[in-house]
Write a protein that binds this ligand. Structure first.
Ligand SMILES: [Zn+2]
Length: 266
């Protein structure tokens, strides 16, 4: 870990983890990673000016509030199962670097690293997101944190192993399975929001998260590529797919709804 870490937040003290053997996997979330693969640079990103202390403080507060709400909610939902894995942490950094996750990370945006159970949040990327989403940015930040924490829940539920087994059996379906896995994290973010004492009661927050999802699907993020946009390069699903699975989790409030890897359609 390099020296950029600060403001570590953890699950409530009632959750005590033990380490389970698990190879490091990173899952970048939701938004600008679309341009990070073979078509790097295809997405135009607003140039982020230096983050002002006031804006940075607002973003940190919005993210910290969402993290606290989400970890508390998951602690209640998972019960004893939360003891099966290390306590997740969130780490604010200027820029997420490969060294944060065993050299695995490429791209931008927040990322969950399963090897160290840490969600890394780049303040520079969060500023770009704030510019893109405008008034719904607070809900957008909350959703991104919830999506990343969804990956940690997937680890607790053994979904990483299911994904790895399915990819071994069906190597040609690797990209589809990866998208399904990302949609599971969206669904789990919906389970959080549906059970959250804050978000479940706030119509404004609910509709702002829906607006965010409408703006960060692969089809929306890469619309600048024009009509030749290639769906076979999508990493997180279209806005329609992301909304579908977020809503499924939100409305059912149940993790059992989120088995997107095995779903007949996605
Ligand atoms: Zn993800």
């Amino acid at each position: 870990m390099n020296g950029a870490q600060s403001n570590r937040l953890t699950l409530p003290a009632s959750v005590r983890g033990r380490r389970v053997g698990f190879s490091a996997v990173m899952f970048a979330a939701a938004w600008l990673v679309a341009g990070a693969g073979s078509r790097a640079g295809a997405v135009e990103q607003p140039v982020a000016a230096a983050v002002s202390p006031a804006v940075e403080a607002q973003m940190r507060t919005a993210i910290a509030d969402a993290w606290h709400d989400a970890t508390t909610t998951w602690n209640d939902l998972l019960g004893a199962r939360a003891y099966d894995s290390d306590i997740p942490q969130i780490n604010f950094v200027k820029v997420v670097r490969p060294s944060h996750c065993y050299g695995l990370y490429v791209g931008s945006g927040p990322v969950y690293c399963s090897g160290n159970n840490t969600v890394f949040v780049s303040l520079e990327e969060m500023q770009r997101l704030s510019l893109r989403l405008g008034p719904t940015a607070g809900a957008g930040l909350a959703f991104l944190v919830a999506h990343e924490l969804g990956h940690h829940v997937q680890k607790i539920l053994g979904r990483f192993r299911v994904l790895q087994a399915l990819v071994r059996e069906n190597p040609r379906l690797q990209r589809e399975l990866s998208v399904r896995f990302e949609l599971e994290a969206d669904c789990l973010a919906g389970v959080w929001a549906g059970n959250s004492p804050v978000f479940a009661r706030s119509e404004t927050e609910r509709s702002n998260i829906i607006s965010t999802l409408g703006a960060i699907g692969d089809d929306q993020m890469r619309a600048s590529e024009g009509p030749m946009l290639d769906p076979t390069t999508f990493t997180h699903g279209t806005s329609e797919q992301r909304l579908k699975w977020y809503r499924a989790g939100f409305e059912s409030r149940s993790m059992s709804t989120c088995s997107v890897l095995e779903a007949a359609t996605y």
